[in-house]
Design a binder for this molecule. Structure first.
Ligand SMILES: [Zn+2]
Length: 239
């Protein structure tokens, strides 16, 4: 049997807002896989995309997108799609673009914290209204974090390109700081995707990003929490 993987168009072009697709499988009427998709599935700290799949004149709202057994599954709000249907995918672009800006901002902030304060990032989650970071740091006060937010905002004023590309695993793993998350190591695949913020950061990453730091805008520190001896939590938001 030929196993066809969904082509994840967002990996190459994160600005693609729509695409034509073919329905490859339908489970329980509402879980749909496609030959190619612009919908990002939940993963790597980035929430899933929403939007709609259109068949002829009927809209199927995409309420959740996840990756199951390496396949990208789109959950739609009602049954009706069938294998072989030609459909059109449309992203909720406002939501996705905000997540792209947040994701790139998160990489800049993590990079500054890791190189400047020597912290180990232990968790990171993008939400629609804020970004959460967990990290370990002994000495901790809000002033230090405000400084890093300020430094990040300076970078967001600059014309700094963001690029993404694949490298052979061995070569990628030689890049210092490629893996920022404690205990996170990249999947066992021969080529790794690298997101490079030129002159600032390189990370192994499968998420969607803006292509220039100027698109991020600015970030504001929301709150900081102590979660134990040296475990810290910080929230920032796009402003
Ligand atoms: Zn990332």
């Amino acid at each position: 049997m030929l196993i066809r993987m969904t082509k994840a168009l967002y990996l190459e072009d994160s600005y693609l807002k729509e695409c034509s697709s073919l329905v490859v499988s339908v489970k329980d009427g509402r879980y749909v896989t496609l030959d190619q998709t612009v919908f990002y599935p939940k993963g790597g700290g980035q929430p899933w995309d929403t939007g709609k799949i259109v068949k002829e004149n009927e809209d199927y709202n995409v309420t959740y997108v996840g990756k199951f057994s390496d396949e990208i599954s789109h959950e739609v709000d009602h049954a009706g799609l069938k294998v072989g249907d030609k459909v059109h995918c449309l992203l909720d672009w406002e939501r996705r673009y905000r997540l792209m800006r947040s994701h790139t901002a998160a990489h800049v902030f993590a990079s500054l914290l890791c190189t400047g304060a020597g912290v180990l990032v232990t968790g990171n989650q993008l939400e629609m209204d804020k970004v959460r970071f967990d990290f370990s740091l002994e000495k901790f006060d809000r002033g230090i974090l405000e400084d890093y937010i300020g430094k990040a905002n300076q970078l967001f004023n600059e014309d700094i390109p963001v690029k993404w590309y694949e490298l052979p695993r061995e070569e990628a793993l030689k890049i210092p700081g490629l893996i920022k998350m404690a205990e996170a190591f990249p999947p066992d695949i021969p080529r790794l995707r690298v997101v490079e913020i030129v002159g600032v950061d390189k990370q192994a990453d499968g998420g969607t990003h803006v292509k220039n730091l100027k698109e991020v805008g600015h970030i504001t520190l929301l709150k900081t929490e102590n979660k134990g001896k040296s475990n810290r939590r910080v929230y920032f938001t796009l402003s």
